[in-house]
Design a protein. Structure first.
Length: 401
């Protein structure tokens, strides 16, 4: 077979479920691409049967799938460093939100930013993630909370995928908070369903629809109405649920076949069973857990027992997780939630792809999938979870280049 590019003398963490840790292929392995997709995975001996326009000697380095950050709020205006100080002085997340801070303070800054300003502000955050081997990122709206501003956020997110060599998945999160011009959350959800969602869908700006189901945000009944509207438009859903309390938003989302339920610290056995039956991924967000100094860890043992796939993500946002390091997120998932290094790496590759509904295209080193690779100066994959504040990325490959 004629290949565009062939990487030889490598060790591969394919992240396929093979019964071997990390789906690993040992020293002397090779991977090749054609037309941006993986065309060959195998031994060095097998690679000799292929002709490549370019051959790269990896000198024994490890290759993993390109990393996937499957839950971010990367596009926004302003910052909330002052709230960080308030939390250190004892104010809770709910107290800050009810005092007009939190999400709403970012809404004000975002509404005043045009598309160019949003892109300019987001690019350094994105570049930091790309420098750690990220090749696909999900970006949510949710800081506009009015039609024009939500559209600007989503357009800016799409632009990031044109400004940089990265796959961008966009999620409409109009149901993030009730904006100040609405006094009733139910009336705002009516507005989201009647005006905002159709406008977003008409421009093809959303790959999924999300909602924040929580006491300080939207009730399960309100979220259910939104999810029904999304289903009517053929859009998949995901949910912020069980972060601060148990409202069974995760089980609700599972009834709609949700791609993922995110945070889920307060998920119980019923939520987990519903997620398992629906194939809904549990996306854990240790950055928010850490920043908010939470003490209720997600029920990892229940997820394992039920066979619920576990993804992890930065939740990069200006208030509750100002985190733009997926490598640090991997470490946090292990130290705070007791994931194994292999589970954590699966959480930013195979299972993160599933949380985006993209596991047929990315997430493992499998022939036919996009050739998105991260090449590492490490001796074993566990180093990606072990080190803190150290980036061993040697090179990043997106779509074979």
């Amino acid at each position: 077979m004629k290949l565009d590019r062939l990487w030889i003398n490598a060790r591969l963490a394919t992240m396929e479920v093979t019964g071997t840790p990390y789906g690993a292929l040992g020293s002397g392995s090779a991977i090749g691409c054609r037309d941006g997709r993986i065309a060959f995975v195998g031994t060095g001996e097998q690679a000799r049967g292929h002709d490549a326009a370019e051959t790269i000697d990896c000198a024994g380095r490890w290759i993993t799938p390109g990393l996937i950050d499957c839950h971010t709020h990367l596009v926004y205006g302003g910052d909330r460093a002052a709230e960080f100080e308030m939390r250190l002085e004892g104010a809770s997340y709910e107290e800050i939100a009810r005092a007009g801070g939190g999400i709403l303070s970012t809404v004000t800054a975002t509404r005043h930013a045009d598309e160019d300003a949003l892109v300019k502000a987001a690019l350094p955050r994105l570049d930091t993630l790309l420098a750690e081997g990220v090749t696909t990122i999900e970006i949510k709206s949710g800081y506009g909370l009015e039609t024009a501003a939500e559209l600007r956020q989503l357009r800016a997110a799409r632009r990031l995928g044109r400004e940089r060599r990265v796959g961008v998945e966009t999620t409409f999160l109009g149901a993030h908070a009730t904006p100040p011009e609405f006094t009733d959350s139910g009336a705002y959800i009516d507005h989201v369903i009647a005006e905002m969602l159709p406008a977003v869908n008409a421009e093809g700006l959303a790959d999924a629809v999300d909602a924040f189901c929580e006491g300080i945000a939207f009730s399960p009944a309100e979220v259910e109405r939104l999810f029904q509207a999304a289903r009517d438009l053929g859009l998949p859903v995901k949910i912020h649920a069980e972060q601060l309390s148990s409202l069974h938003g995760a089980a609700l989302a599972a009834r709609f076949g949700a791609l993922s339920a995110d945070h889920v610290e307060y998920a119980d056995a019923a939520d987990v069973a519903a997620m398992a039956a629906a194939g809904t991924v549990a996306t854990l967000l240790p950055g928010a857990y850490y920043t908010l100094r939470e003490t209720q860890a997600p029920p990892v043992a229940l997820f394992r027992e039920a066979g619920v796939p576990i993804a992890i993500a930065t939740d990069a946002n200006p208030g509750t997780s100002p985190l733009t390091s997926l490598l640090l997120t991997i470490n946090m998932a292990c130290t705070l939630f007791r994931l194994t290094p292999e589970e954590a790496l699966a959480g930013v590759t195979r299972n993160a792809a599933r949380a985006l509904g993209r596991d047929d295209e990315i997430g493992t080193l499998t022939p036919g999938k996009w050739c998105d690779l991260a090449i590492w100066d490490i001796e074993r994959p566990a180093e990606l979870a072990y080190r803190i504040g150290y980036n061993p990325l040697h090179s990043r490959v997106w779509r074979g280049e």
